[in-house]
Design a protein around this ligand. Structure first.
Ligand code: Z5A
Length: 230
């Protein structure tokens, strides 16, 4: 497939989100996927949440410093929503409209799991905020990297070295266990959108599984639509 093929068969870029617990390998895999898409001449933008736009990066700093937690769970949720609103409207939606693929490290499922399932923030508040911030925008594919909690925490600690843990890294093991359950529930309830990938292999083994999902669910589907238009 060439770059022009990719945008021709899919006028709007594909939107892929990566989710999972701490240290699951999202950043690593998103960058490997971007390299693979580049080799296929598919234009892709790598971004992240919270953050991804200048305004949202400022909010990220406030959240990860622990300041948001001091304001309470609802106010911290509003900070995530404000960051997402800016990111979606100034970065994600314009890129997709230009046919650029967007690979986002965490998105709305993180709010559902961290603030909803684990943080117990009212589901009505979460769904109202989701409606305002993302509207009808849904990922075409969500890759959920699944890893035993202890392994993810070990990976994250090794990467962090002597640095202090951030707001979420500092939470205890039961918090991270609930996160894992929350992601597995989402994967089971939305199989058309989500794929749960065992992230315990080597980076290369995991990358092969991610690529197989992207090829099977997005690239081949786009080809089929081109060959057999509705
Ligand atoms: N949050 C929220 O509460 N609500 C929301 O709506 C949103 C987010 C959007 C952002 O943290 C925090 O915000 C996040 C949820 C919350 N909290 N946590 N924790 P972040 O962006 O700073 O961090 P993160 O998203 O959790 O990612 P991470 O911990 O940095 O990990 P990762 O991206 O999944 O993993 P990695 O950096 O690719 O890999 C970690 C290390 O493992 C690294 O040294 C790699 O080289 C190594 N690695 C990667 N893959 C492998 C394999 N396969 N084998 C061995 N080692 C590996």
């Amino acid at each position: 497939m060439t770059g022009s093929d990719a945008t021709d068969v899919h006028p709007r870029g594909c939107f892929i989100t990566f989710e999972g617990g701490e240290g699951a390998g999202k950043s690593t895999q998103i960058n490997l996927l971007a390299e693979r898409l580049d080799a296929e001449h598919i234009r892709a933008l790598v971004t992240r949440e919270p953050g991804g736009s200048p305004g949202a990066e400022i909010i990220r700093h406030i959240i990860l410093s622990g300041m948001g937690k001091l304001l309470g769970p609802e106010a911290e949720t509003l900070l995530f929503a404000a960051a997402r609103d800016d990111h979606v409207h100034s970065v994600i939606a314009p890129a997709l409209a230009q046919g650029i693929w967007v690979l986002c490290d965490r998105f709305a499922d993180s709010t559902r799991v961290y603030q909803g399932k684990v943080g117990q923030v009212d589901a009505r508040l979460l769904s109202s905020l989701e409606r305002v911030t993302i509207g009808c925008l849904r990922p075409d594919l969500t890759v959920i990297l699944d890893l035993p909690v202890e392994d993810g925490m070990k990976r994250a600690a090794a990467r962090r070295g002597a640095d202090a843990p951030d707001r979420f890294e500092a939470e205890d093991i039961s918090f991270h266990q609930k996160l894992r359950e929350g992601y597995r529930e989402i994967a089971a309830s939305e199989p058309e959108r989500c794929i749960l990938i065992d992230a315990s292999g080597t980076q290369e083994q995991v990358a092969e599984k991610v690529w197989a999902a992207v090829q099977g669910r997005l690239i081949e589907t786009a080809h089929a639509a081109q060959v057999n238009p509705a």
